[in-house]
Design a protein around this ligand. Structure first.
Ligand code: NDP
Ligand code: GDR
Length: 322
């Protein structure tokens, strides 16, 4: 039985990846950090099928112990301070978790299971300011947030361990991907949650920042398949994963409100509090390398994703209101 260790298992991607690996017959270990009130909502339904191990990616000693004990064949490093907005408020913490701790993960693998295959969750935020579109593996990076800068460190240290120690390490440069399990501070879920609450009479407005930003949004369930595929190749490499379509925040808003028969203009208020100190104006990915080399493809379209998220938020809010 193949064994995999996932960091960030309580997050959006960690939960979908755990489901995928369970389906494929893996023994799945999930690293969780100690919190006073654990939030396991995303993995509640699979908690009896996975084994949770206690550690923190900023604590090298815990990682060495866990990798020594579990001896994983594959390690997926999804843990991060992943919210771009917070990275300006907590830039050093973001640098430590999202950047430097990737070296902890790589060191722990090098010391305790050097033949394990390693996946690093890199991000389209590393492209930042538009230098070239569509963005692909060879596009120069120009991050625009402390988060983007930290991810760039994680990206290059992953490349460096591959080249220095001949380890099987991959970076997936994933563009935005969403789902009903997305954290509520991210714009997509913030919108679909608000649409549901407005429709149910539980809220009256939605406050947003920049509606003109353009993102290449896909479905998280499709994207975790790409992570797994990257670790099944003859040799390790880095891949862009995206839909190849870009949409403004406003288009997302229009479709989400339209899906429940409401006009967004009656509810959306622009609030400067949500405008960022530096913005990534346009993300549009070219994933032809992943399509050709990994045989990866998507199933869920932009509109279907939005409808799925709104419908799920209506169910969640109906249950909360009961
Ligand atoms: P989430 O924010 O949903 O999940 C982040 C996970 O990291 C949580 O499980 C969190 O645990 C864990 N974590 C945070 N800090 C630590 C720590 N110090 N030690 C151990 N675990 C920690 O992120 P997503 O699932 O959306 O994203 C997964 C990864 O992919 C992240 O690295 C993100 O930056 C990256 N990424 C995401 C994209 C997206 O569009 N979703 C696009 C490109 C990259 P806890 O529950 O305790 O907070
Ligand atoms: P992003 O996602 O920064 O792209 O990072 P987010 O959903 O936070 O923002 C997307 C765009 O929407 C604009 N926006 C708002 N954003 C939020 N959160 N709240 C608002 O009220 C609001 N109004 C407008 C933002 O300015 C931005 O342009 C996500 C994260 O998952 C990262 O971890 C990941 O690496 C990248 O995607 C790819």
């Amino acid at each position: 039985m193949r064994k995999a260790l996932i960091t960030g298992i309580t997050g959006q991607d960690g939960s979908y990846l755990a489901e995928l690996l369970l389906e494929k017959g893996y023994k799945v270990y999930g690293l969780v950090r100690r919190t006073s009130t654990p939030i396991m909502v995303n993995i509640e339904h699979i908690k009896d099928e996975i084994e949770l191990v206690s550690g923190d990616i900023t604590d090298l000693s815990s990682l060495i112990r866990i990798i020594e004990q579990t001896q994983p064949d594959e390690v997926y490093n999804l843990a991060a301070q992943s919210f771009v907005g917070t990275s300006w408020e907590q830039p050093i913490l973001t640098g430590n978790i999202t950047g430097l701790a990737v070296t902890n993960m790589l060191e722990a693998v090098r010391i305790a299971k050097p033949d394990a295959r390693f996946y690093q969750a890199s991000s389209s935020e590393m492209f930042g300011k538009v230098v070239e579109t569509p963005q692909k593996e060879t596009t120069p990076f120009y991050p625009r947030s402390p988060y983007g800068v930290a991810k760039l460190y994680g990206h290059w240290i992953t490349v460096n361990y591959r080249e220095s120690f001949n380890m099987y390490t991959c970076s997936g440069i994933l563009f935005n991907h969403e789902s009903p399990r997305r954290g509520v501070e991210f714009v997509t879920r913030k919108i679909t949650d608000a649409v549901a609450r407005i429709k149910l009479g539980l809220a009256t407005e939605l406050r947003l920042g920049n509606l003109d930003a353009k993102r290449d949004w896909g479905f998280a369930g499709d994207y975790v398949r790409a992570m797994w595929l990257m670790l099944q190749q003859d040799s390790p490499n880095d891949y862009v994963i995206s839909t190849g379509e870009t949409h403004t925040v406003q288009e997302f808003v229009e479709i989400a409100f339209g899906h429940v028969g409401l006009n967004w203009k009656d509810y959306v208020v622009i609030d400067p509090k949500f405008v960022r100190p530096a913005e990534v104006e346009l993300l549009l990915g070219d994933c032809s390398k992943a399509k050709t080399e990994l045989g990866w493809n998507l199933d869920v379209s932009f509109e279907l994703l939005i409808r799925m998220m709104v419908d799920e938020d209506i169910k969640i809010n109906e249950n909360l209101a009961k």
